[in-house]
Write a protein that binds this ligand. Structure first.
Ligand SMILES: Nc1ncnc2c1ncn2[C@@H]1O[C@H](COP(=O)(O)OP(=O)(O)OP(=O)(O)O)[C@@H](O)[C@H]1O
Ligand SMILES: [Mg+2]
Length: 363
């Protein structure tokens, strides 16, 4: 086991800067997930950590050791890729043994590791099959097993579940979480799937355009997103945004007027809040169709999702907003409804996209 430290890491491909001055500390035993849209630099970063890609600037430390220019084989880590690239002519057992034989590990030690990891990943009965005789999920487990037998200090995963169907993804995700608990190993996992990130991570690193947008626990990212980008990237559906005007302050809290002119007394401190360009951000579960409420909108679509029902509204000024429909209420398409706002969970975002959060209730 080992921790990982990135110090001002940069990556350029020719003239194109892909990662800019990225710094991060991953503690021993953490499960850190890098989350971000396609092209934000997740794979580049992971490949630099693995030593498969040169670093253009900065330092990478594994444990206490500077490995910035160390070859991949000397970094004490194992990487699992999206395309699991098993050797098709070798059995599962031979696939698992291959990397170990190459570095001269004795045969009895190899056998011990294979038995142990096969038990852990439920590959026992598949050891003599060839990859072509396995399902996609089984192949992915072999790819993970190939990393496990190396007994690395750090596991690196690059979207290892994205080739699996939805049900198998869910199961394999659970297996990975259990593997992390059992091994207690440091894991760095890359994905653009926020559900994967939320369910696996002890901490999530949200990336945008080669830089870190926020590092936090899943719960903190959800409740206190640092920026509008994070707020819209986390949550399905994402947070709704309504342009507002700043009105008066009330007991140090910002009062804003929403489209239609009603006032909302937020829990956001008026201190240091800009006068112009504010956007109110609220998640669908904190907005409810109600008898009275500051927001009003036309019902464009009602979505019944089983455990909850959502209405898609168009507010005055045409901002779209997704809100919760309480049980027993059935809003008609085209009708106008009022929406109440849970101000304890309502944020304001300024023009730069930075969040100003509701202050915790005084109690
Ligand atoms: N070898 C390369 N040469 C030039 N540009 C590259 C190279 N590899 C990646 N890039 C560029 O670097 C940026 C980041 O790519 P990267 O593969 O790290 O993104 P990613 O976050 O992993 O995306 P995805 O979610 O699609 O896998 C992209 O704009 C990509 O086009
Ligand atoms: Mg990638």
């Amino acid at each position: 086991m080992a921790g990982l430290k990135l110090e001002n890491v940069c990556k350029r491909y020719g003239a194109v800067q892909v990662i800019e001055n990225l710094s991060l500390d991953v503690a021993e035993g953490e499960f850190v997930v890098f989350l971000g849209p396609s092209g934000c630099g997740k794979t580049s970063l992971l490949r630099m950590v693995a030593g498969l890609e040169e670093v253009s600037g900065g330092r990478i430390l594994i444990g206490e050791r500077d490995v910035t220019v160390a070859p991949p084989g000397q970094r004490n880590l194992a990487m699992v890729f999206q395309h699991y690239a098993l050797y098709p002519h070798m059995s599962v057992r031979e696939n698992l043994a291959f990397g170990l034989k190459n570095i001269g590990i004795p045969a009895d030690e190899i056998a011990r590791r294979i038995t142990e990891s096969a038990r852990m990943l439920e590959l026992d009965s598949l050891l003599d099959r060839k990859p072509g005789q396995l399902s996609g999920g089984q192949r992915q487990r072999v790819a993970i097993g190939r990393a496990v037998v190396k007994e690395p200090g750090i596991f690196l995963f690059d979207e290892p579940l994205s080739n699996l169907d939805a049900a198998l993804r869910g199961r394999t995700r659970l297996e990975l979480a259990q593997l992390h608990q059992r091994l207690g190993a440091t894991m760095v996992f890359v994905t653009h799937d926020q559900i994967e990130a939320m369910t696996l991570a002890t901490r999530i690193v949200v990336m945008k355009g080669g830089a870190i947008e926020q590092v936090a626990t899943p719960a903190e990212l959800y409740r206190r997103p640092a920026t509008r980008f994070v707020a819209s990237f986390i949550g399905t559906p994402g947070m709704g945004f309504v342009p507002v005007q700043r009105a008066a302050d009330e007991q140090g809290r910002a009062v804003v007027t929403v489209p239609g002119g009603a006032a909302v007394t937020t829990r956001v401190s008026a201190d240091g809040l800009p006068a112009q360009g504010l956007v109110l951000g609220v998640r669908p579960e904190n907005l409810r169709v109600a008898e009275v409420g500051p927001l009003r909108g036309r019902v464009e679509l009602v979505e019944f999702l089983g455990e909850r029902t959502l209405a898609h509204l168009k507010l005055e000024g045409d901002s779209p907003l997704i809100v919760t429909v309480p049980a027993g209420v059935s809003p008609e398409l085209g009708s106008h409804v009022a929406v109440s706002v849970d101000v304890a969970e309502a944020h304001l975002f300024d023009e730069s996209g930075r969040a100003h959060h509701a202050q915790e209730a005084l109690s």
